[in-house]
Design a protein around this ligand. Structure first.
Ligand SMILES: *Cc1c(COP(=O)(O)O)cnc(C)c1O
Length: 390
């Protein structure tokens, strides 16, 4: 018998999705008007403890809105991680600015020590602005990505941001539900500690609206500006007056309906993700030339993606492991290529990226759907241990 296909990460609609989406269709509010969008905005803001939220049609558009609200523009520079999904960085370019790439720590998130080293060596403060001594550009902001749901080291990063007067944009697209349980930010959710936070509801994220996103902030001016920009920057409802170049970045009422149903299940999804992470960890960490990458202590992580670390002693190369797993109907994937190697980013400055390159060659993301059963996960474990025999 053919073994069952085990996908990497698929959505899970076992709650009120059909009912709420049907309500939206029956009400005929299927586009960007209707009650579900503001309801979903309020529900997300309350869940993460932010003053407000603005829905948008993707995490990528949310990051673009965040850049614009932060005032990032042509000629500016922005500190960004090199080990991430490219959508965390491209919005810097949409705004006309340039990224400076910084490496990661063992959390896979941008490393505060490396950011500090880079700025100490290359930047100076002039009239309260952080200036890149080489290019003369204003380094205006920093993008922090909470990689795979793991919390970036916010105390260190925010201290640097304060010292250099950088606006902090948290790409929390992978980290909805991750929060500190200890330390100076105890109780704070990923996405709510910087100036603006961004979530994604793409199909592979922990909750999904098919496609969609949300920006949150405690700053009412940022929130109002992002709402304005996402709705064509219309300044007069009746007479079609527009006071700047806006976008159609709105979420639809149908998507928001789905989001509300998904949000009801989020805590259950996170519990499941945590349980299956422990399952893999117990069976693979330190066995068969594998490790399971840890999540930060003092944090309740959503454990969105699990990272298998392949030691150099393993008889098979990482890509060969992924190929053999695929042959056995198990879908996995490598971590992203470094952004500094993509598109025309090799021209940009980068600093301290050796560890990112190390992980880039050695990590495999394991199946992590919220519908993953112990039986399926055991088959993943068995095949992996078999492969470590060569
Ligand atoms: C998914 C993701 C995004 C983009 O979200 P979309 O909703 O797919 O546009 C941005 N950054 C990171 C790190 C992501 O994983």
């Amino acid at each position: 018998m053919e073994p069952k296909f085990i996908p990497l990460s698929v959505p899970n609609f076992c709650g009120n999705e059909k009912e709420y989406v049907n309500d939206a269709v029956v009400s005929e509010w299927v586009s960007t008007g209707g009650s579900k969008v503001p309801e979903f905005e309020k529900a997300i803001a309350e869940y993460v403890g932010a003053a407000g939220a603005v829905a948008c049609n993707s995490g990528t558009s949310g990051l673009h809105l965040a850049m614009l609200a932060a005032g990032v523009g042509p000629g500016d520079e922005v500190i960004a991680p090199t080990l991430t999904f490219i959508a965390a960085v491209n919005p810097i370019r949409y705004a006309g600015a340039q990224p400076i790439f910084i490496g990661c720590g063992d959390s896979l998130c941008i490393c505060p020590t490396l950011v500090r080293e880079y700025l100490e060596a290359n930047a100076e403060m002039r009239d309260g602005r952080c200036i890149n001594k080489r290019t003369g550009a204003h380094i205006k902001a920093m993008v922090v990505v909470h990689v795979f749901g793991n919390m970036a080291s916010m105390p260190g990063l925010l201290e640097i941001a304060k010292k250099y007067n950088l606006i902090v944009i948290e790409d929390a697209t992978e980290a909805l539900g991750t929060y500190y349980t200890d330390g100076p930010f105890k109780g704070k959710y990923a996405g709510t500690m910087g100036d603006i936070g961004v979530y994604s509801f793409n199909g592979n994220k922990i909750i999904t609206t098919g496609a969609g996103g949300m920006v949150v902030s405690n700053n009412p001016e940022y929130l109002a500006h992002m709402k304005h920009l996402s709705t064509q920057a219309k300044s007069d409802e009746l007479n079609y007056k527009h006071d700047e170049v806006g976008y159609n970045y709105r979420l639809t009422n149908v998507q928001a309906a789905m989001g509300l149903a998904q949000l009801e299940q989020l805590e259950g999804f996170i519990e499941h993700k945590n349980r299956m992470y422990d399952f893999y960890f117990q069976r693979l960490n330190g066995k068969g030339h594998y490790g399971i990458m840890p999540f930060r202590e003092g944090v309740r992580s959503n454990k969105w993606f699990y990272s298998l670390y392949v030691y150099d002693e393993h008889p098979l190369k990482r890509d060969e492991i992924i190929r053999r797993l695929a042959e056995r109907k198990i879908q996995t994937r490598p971590i992203w290529g470094l952004i500094q190697d993509q598109a025309d980013y090799p021209r940009n400055e980068s600093y301290g990226t050796d560890l990112a390159r190390h992980y880039l060659d050695r990590i495999v993301n394991l199946p992590c759907s919220t519908s993953l059963t112990e039986e399926d996960a055991q088959r993943v474990v068995d095949v992996l241990l078999e492969l470590s025999q060569g």
